[in-house]
Design a protein around this ligand. Sequence first.
Ligand code: 5GP
Ligand code: ZN
Length: 113
Amino acid sequence: MNDCLFCKIIAGEIPSSKVYEDDKVFAFRDINPQAPVHVLVVPKEHIASANELNDANAGAVSACFTAIPKIAEAEGLKDGYRVINNCGAAAGQTVMHIHFHLIGGRELGEHIV
Ligand code: 5GP
Ligand code: ZN
């Protein structure tokens, strides 16, 4: 866990462009944005991926999804947005601390699923 990039960002050991924080959630701008708004919404609790969720830690996810509409409103995403979670290498997960990509600010096109 000590080598986790997102744990270091949450701890302020690595700088980030923070857009939201509460007791359970930290959100910051993606370093390689795929849209005008691309925020990473991350639970402060280290959970490696969706595969590690269980009844004891799932509150971290609900805290993220409670924060997301607040962040979306603050970012002006009144026409909608997309939330993406990549789980595992085959899905393109590169940082093994569960996170939700909040993407918007442009026409996002057809559904990807
Ligand atoms: P994943 O591919 O794991 O779903 O998403 C990881 C995301 O983290 C990528 O979109 C990548 O651009 C972003 N990222 C990687 N390193 C950093 C960093 O040091 N700072 C920020 N703000 N974003 C990062
Ligand atoms: Zn972590």
